[in-house]
Design a protein around this ligand. Structure first.
Ligand SMILES: [Zn+2]
Ligand SMILES: [Zn+2]
Length: 294
C-alpha cells in the first residue's frame, strides 16, 4: 500500500511567501513492519551485498566506554533503489544507496557510527547474507526489518530558517496559530520521520558539518528519526492510509498507532535522530553525521 501525506491544511507560500525560496523536496520512507528481501528498498532489511566484498566491521576505536571492544558488524539501516528516490542525486553509474551503522555509541555525539555505500546493482553477482546484529547491541539502535513506501513531499525550513526571515515571520506565525491551531514548525514546515534529502529533522539547533577535505558545508542525505511523528506532528504528517487507525490522542498511543509511528522500533536517546550528510563536491562523497534529541 502506498502512503500519502495529506495536503497541508493551509497554503504555506501564500501565508508566508518569505519561505518559498527555501522550498525543498524530501522523500519520506514511511517504514512499516514487513519482510523485505535483499532486492527490496527497506529500512533495517537485508542488503544486496556482494559475496566477494567483506561485510563492514567496526573496530570500536572511538566507541565510548565499554560499548564494544572487538570488531563488530555494522547493521543495515536503509537500502534504497534509485527508482524509489526520485530527485536524490545518485553518483553516476550507481543505482543503490546502502546506509549501515555500528549500533554502539561513538564519538563526540555519542551515537551510532554510520557508513554509506553507493552501489551498482548490475555489478553485484553472488549476494552475501546479511549477518545478524551483534547480540550485545541495544535493540533501540537496531531497526526492525521494514518495507518502505517512499513519497516525495515539499518542505520548508523550521530550525533552519534564517534568523532575519524568522524575525519577519514571527508575528504571522503566532497569528496563524491563534486563528487556526496550526503551528508552522510542527505542522507546516518539514516532515518528521525517516527521510532522504530535504531538511534534517532536527529536535535542537542545527549543526551542519563541513567537509574535512574541501571545507564546504555538507548536504543532508538522510535523517534517521526515532519516530515517524509525535503528538503534534501527526495531525498534518500522518499518511491518509493510516488515519483509519490513528485519529486522535488515544489511538495515537494504541498498538496499531505505534505500529505506524514506530515500525522500525528505534529509540535514539530521548526520541532523537541521527542526521547523515555528504559532500557532493568531493568525488568520493565523504560523509559527516550528528545526533540530537529532546
Ligand atoms: Zn563501533
Ligand atoms: Zn568536500
Amino acid at each position: 500500500m502506498t502512503r500519502r501525506t495529506p495536503p497541508r491544511p493551509l497554503d504555506v507560500e501564500q501565508l508566508f511567501p518569505e519561505v518559498a525560496p527555501f522550498r525543498k523536496e524530501a522523500i519520506r520512507l514511511h517504514p512499516r513492519v514487513g519482510e523485505p528481501t535483499c532486492h527490496d528498498s527497506s529500512v533495517g532489511g537485508p542488503l544486496l551485498w556482494p559475496a566477494d566484498e567483506p561485510w563492514p566491521t567496526c573496530s570500536g576505536d572511538d566507541a565510548l566506554g565499554t560499548a564494544h571492544e572487538g570488531p563488530t558488524p555494522f547493521v543495515p539501516i536503509v537500502q534504497i533503489h534509485r527508482a524509489d528516490a526520485p530527485g536524490l542525486p545518485f553518483p553516476e553509474g550507481r543505482d543503490l544507496l546502502q546506509v549501515l551503522w555500528c549500533p554502539f555509541d561513538h564519538g563526540d555525539f555519542c551515537c551510532p557510527l554510520p557508513q554509506v555505500h553507493w552501489r551498482s546493482t548490475a555489478a553485484v553477482g553472488e549476494v552475501a547474507p546479511s549477518p545478524p546484529p551483534p547480540a550485545e547491541a541495544s535493540e533501540d539502535y537496531v531497526p526492525n526489518p521494514c518495507a518502505v513506501h517512499p513519497e516525495t513531499v515539499t518542505e520548508y525550513p523550521s530550525w533552519d530558517l534564517a534568523r532575519h526571515v524568522l524575525d519577519s515571520l514571527r508575528d504571522r506565525f503566532n497569528r496563524v496559530e491563534q486563528e487556526t491551531g496550526w503551528l508552522y514548525q510542527f505542522h507546516l514546515a518539514d516532515a518528521p520521520g525517516i527521510k532522504l534529502g530535504g531538511y534534517p529533522g532536527w529536535t535542537q539547533e542545527p549543526w551542519w558539518p563541513d567537509c574535512d577535505r574541501c571545507g564546504q558545508r555538507m548536504e543532508h542525505l538522510l535523517t534517521v528519526a526515532s519516530w515517524e511523528y509525535d503528538g503534534e506532528s501527526w495531525r498534518t504528517w500522518l499518511p491518509l492510509e493510516d488515519r483509519a487507525v490513528v485519529d486522535g490522542e488515544e489511538s495515537f498511543r494504541s498498538e496499531q498507532g505505534l505500529a505506524a509511528q514506530n515500525a522500525a522500533g528505534l529509540m535514539l536517546g530521548d526520541a532523537g535522530g541521527v542526521y547523515i550528510f555528504e559532500c557532493r563536491s568531493c568525488p568520493d562523497r565523504p560523509i559527516g553525521h550528528c545526533f540530537d534529541c529532546s
